[in-house]
Write a protein that binds this ligand. Sequence first.
Ligand SMILES: Nc1nc2c(ncn2[C@@H]2O[C@H](COP(=O)(O)OP(=O)(O)O)[C@@H](O)[C@H]2O)c(=O)[nH]1
Ligand SMILES: [Mg+2]
Length: 354
Amino acid sequence: MAGCDLSGVKLKPLLTDLLAGRTAALARAISLVENGRPGFEELLAALHPRLGQAHRIGITGPPGAGKSTLAMQLTKAYRARGEQVGVVAVDPTSPFTGGALLGDRIRMEDVALDEGVFIRSMATRGSLGGLATSTREVCDVLDAAGFDRILVETVGVGQSELAVSGMADSTVLVLVPESGDGIQALKSGVMEIADVFVVNKADRPGGDKLAREIDVTLGFRQGSAFRGIRAHHGLDLAVAGRAPVRQTESADPWKHPVLLTTASKADGVERLVAELDRHHAWMTGSGELSARRRRRLAARTREVVDRAMHRWVWHSTQAEAMVNERLAEVASGRISPYELAGEIVAAVKEGVRV
Ligand SMILES: Nc1nc2c(ncn2[C@@H]2O[C@H](COP(=O)(O)OP(=O)(O)O)[C@@H](O)[C@H]2O)c(=O)[nH]1
Ligand SMILES: [Mg+2]
């Protein structure tokens, strides 16, 4: 790597230390990437050949569903197997500080001092689009640094879990019985991004009912409400009807599990760990893992192009100056922002104002 010394960041030693598993280097590499400081794209480019070892697990669902609690329980379970775990939380609604991942109760003290665990909140950085990209990039750093599992928590039944599906190999959708979110999720199409469904807070009433509703909805999605009923020719519709929408044609479709958990008591976590292992094995065997990773690489390339174009337009052309120059005309109603934008784009394209 020529020109490795950028703005005081010595990329080569950083890379060496990172790959040697030095925690301080990991923290530095992550903040370099997170803040988009000079050299971060070179670092990520150098890490690229090292990617693909980690199992990336997205955990999404409405606020308060228990995603962080589940993430901590999964972390403990993976640590018990001797695996290294990275946790990246993207939660603009409840940023965590000082190493406490949760608003209350289960605190990070359990795992925060463990060398095999690295936790980062992406809570306050960037816009949503930019945030999604930098979250993926932070995951790359963890992957290259040798973490076995990377848990990515994102909040919401909205756009953000659509972003998480693009960053994970396996996506867990966490719902809770008492809120209306479950039903909303079933209607919103969010189900299509999930590989594993978790109905958390099973210690409260309504968990079984929600799990059944999810199961029935999964059946409908596949054009069959009769999953679990054996057809007379011996085909098990429970198996046949469960291929997820985005899954490529497969003779051995993934059967979406719907699990009940009480994360606060670690109930059901073992089963979740097992289903995630099963999903990873299925993805590897079916070719879905490499298909998803290829899609992610294409998406990443587009994102980086977007970012470069954005940077170029606003920092290296006259676009910003044109906005300022003509703002009075827009404000007085003489021209619309659309017309001005059109003029700016035309000018930039022609290079006349560059
Ligand atoms: N009763 C009950 N409470 C839970 C369970 N799991 C998590 N909680 C609590 O629900 C609240 C929100 O949990 P948290 O993990 O922060 O949710 P997140 O917003 O989805 O990350 C916390 O007070 C947790 O202690 C559960 O299985 N049962
Ligand atoms: Mg949380």
